[in-house]
Write a protein that binds this ligand. Sequence first.
Ligand SMILES: Nc1nc2c(c(=O)[nH]1)N[C@H]1C(S)=C(S)[C@@H](COP(=O)(O)OP(=O)(O)OC[C@H]3O[C@@H](n4cnc5c(=O)[nH]c(N)nc54)[C@H](O)[C@@H]3O)O[C@H]1N2
Ligand SMILES: Nc1nc2c(c(=O)[nH]1)N[C@H]1C(S)=C(S)[C@@H](COP(=O)(O)OP(=O)(O)OC[C@H]3O[C@@H](n4cnc5c(=O)[nH]c(N)nc54)[C@H](O)[C@@H]3O)O[C@H]1N2
Ligand SMILES: [Mo]
Length: 748
Amino acid sequence: MKDGRFTKVTSSHWGAFEVEVEGDTIVATRPFAPDPSPSAIPQILPQAVHHRSRIARPSIRRAWLDSRDRSGRGDGDYVELPWDEALDIAAAEIDRIRKTHGNEAIFGGSYGWSSAGRFHHAQSQVHRFLNAAGGYVASFGSYSTGCAQAIMPHVFGKEFLAFLYEHQDSYQTIHDNTETLVMFGGINPKNSQVSMGGVSEHVTGPWFERFHSKGIFCLNVSPQRVDAPPGCDWLAVRPASDTALMLALAHVLETEGLTDRAFLDRCTVGYERFRPYLLGERDGTPKSPDWAAPLCGVEAETIRALARRMASTRTLITVAWSLQRGEHGEQPYWMASVLAAMLGQIGLPGGGVGFGYGAIGGIGKSFRGMRGMTFSQLSNPVKTVIPVARIGDMLRNPGQPYDFNGRRGPYPDIRLIYWAGGNPFHHHQDLNRLHEAWAKPETIIVNEPWWTPTAKRADIVFPATTPYEREDIGRSPLDDYLFHMPRLIPPVGEARDDYAIFAGLAERMGIGETYTEGRTVDDWLPRLYAEYRSNAAEQGIDLPDYEGLKEQNWLKLPIAADDSRRSLFRPFRDDPESAPLGTPSGRIEIFSERIAGFGYDDCPGHPVWLAPQEWLGTATAAAPLHMVSPQPSDKLHSQLEAALADVEGARPEKLVIHPRDAATRGIATGDLLRVFNARGAARARAVVSEDIREGVVALPTGAWFGDPGGNIDPHGNPNVLTMDVGTSRLGQGCSAHTALVEVAREEP
Ligand SMILES: Nc1nc2c(c(=O)[nH]1)N[C@H]1C(S)=C(S)[C@@H](COP(=O)(O)OP(=O)(O)OC[C@H]3O[C@@H](n4cnc5c(=O)[nH]c(N)nc54)[C@H](O)[C@@H]3O)O[C@H]1N2
Ligand SMILES: Nc1nc2c(c(=O)[nH]1)N[C@H]1C(S)=C(S)[C@@H](COP(=O)(O)OP(=O)(O)OC[C@H]3O[C@@H](n4cnc5c(=O)[nH]c(N)nc54)[C@H](O)[C@@H]3O)O[C@H]1N2
Ligand SMILES: [Mo]
């Protein structure tokens, strides 16, 4: 490596930043100059990269090595081996499983965010390797938006992620046209700090300053005030009740003659099937503001006034991803779309409905697409795919049938799990139960830079490099910067790149050529870049060659785009006959024959109010509080946790609680708490605040799940408390925000 001190820019999921290196050590990070509102997340990076919890050498669990014993995962007793030996053992084991049980016995879903960088993307690497080896059971969707990915194509006829990233109005269009912005779940400045693959300019906060100076009415409909930037109005709704509130808004439109019938006739199908439900003609319950008020904790008169305002101004309804990360998460997404259709503004600039603004920093930006720089994952001969958040069910119920979006099939019988770039013992629900299910497979292999709770529950652990220890190219389709990500320091300990780990395994299994195509990283990077560069040239964008990019470190791409025709709905609205949607009817489906045909009582043919199993409406004396578990503000999920946990007072994680709920429990800010329910218990540190609705507590994700054996999670991981159920038989998404808990002060 280079001696002495130098500074370079690199990119990450939380944005670009400058890194100062001295010898082999990262000593400091600084903001990226062009970023108007840089994230503070990188500040902890030097401590994290060189942390004692880095995995130093390939490690194999002693009991597994001795006798293939799978009972004690998490016991911490590992044998360190030289790379060659460890790779020999792992390759032989993967070979044994695929030859004995077939590739259907290998789970390679390997969900997780891993790190930014186009080539060293852990998921792409593990998928390519397993495909070269004959395939693996994959997963569908994400924890972020799995439920929306299932329901929304039925409603709008477009793949949800394509809709999100390519067909929503930009902040500029919202600024220029919207008069009323109603944000269910807010538009969260803490969340827009990150974006998968990078976000070089953080603009959400600055845009809201412009919205406020223009006088746009911005309403945050959420249990927490901080879910929207300062200056927004706040309607403190009960969690999981949004569908009731949306129905009541729709009821006002319908009963006060504010429904845009002409739009419904031209652009939608099924309103006549939905309307009797809305008006209570069959069940005797009109979904009126008086009906909704006690469900959502918002006064009927407030609902009426809001509905009238929405009908008389250019209104954009936005829905956070969090709303579909709860039981029956399909309903608020579908109902928001129906409400927007009734307002008749879908397809008008700054009107209609949008999803996930603020959830990641790239949404709300508008760029021209650029092709290329994708490292092929090859193709997967195994066709079995599970909904991503159903991994616990899969492990517990091999061979058992389950429903998912109109199909029914058995769960596969998994013998081997390979995980690279994710941390299920941070991200999955009901972790105590997952820990039990985790004992089922014969072998678990994990590539990880740090001793995460998932690495600690693997039989074979390979130490992986972080992006600062390898060369890569940084680029995200939701960003307009391009980075050469230099290798800043040598690998920590004996860490190897995921590519090198998989190449080593592939070679031993006789599939080396398929995996590497005879190329090293130094061959792949310029090759991927050359293809991208020639695509760019076709679009009239002149880029330096690879050596030039290296020299330059980063550049801004001239791809800012006018989004006036970007909306999926503008041409459709102009002429639904000539620009139909991809739904069976070609229109927005308020009633879906296809969904009705599935016969699911937990997701019928039009949006309905369905109470989840756990919410304030079912609160009990044992579990009286609704716990939401938002994303952490100081980091990305569980990443960099090792170093953050060292900061004085940082763990256990902070739990936000309303002053009245705190008072009845004798809790003050700073108190050590026990948060618990029938599924588990975690410690937390109290923050008493008026910024949360009474009856609701918020405990962010991100703390590492503690070691097995204890009956309380010491760090404050909310997933010991959450419920591991699918959103419905349709979406089967993650239901993290559905959980009732009790909180008590721990005697010091
Ligand atoms: N209660 C609750 N739970 C939730 C949520 C919630 O709202 N509430 N949200 C859910 C959501 S939306 C998500 S996306 C998930 C996030 O869950 P994950 O994506 O699993 O979380 P991360 O901490 O980002 O995990 C990435 C892991 O990859 C490792 N890693 C980084 N770079 C590399 C690399 O180059 N190679 C290898 N091999 N490993 C690498 C990191 O060290 C880290 O351990 O959590 C979900 N869980
Ligand atoms: N700093 C940081 N940013 C991140 C991430 C991170 O780990 N750290 N993770 C990224 C990822 S992977 C994702 S998927 C996105 C997630 O983006 P979101 O899903 O939008 O974010 P969350 O933080 O889960 O939830 C936002 C808020 O929703 C509210 N909420 C919960 N349930 C309900 C409900 O039923 N109704 C209403 N109205 N509000 C509710 C809670 O108060 C919560 O604070 O964030 C991304 N951004
Ligand atoms: Mo996510």
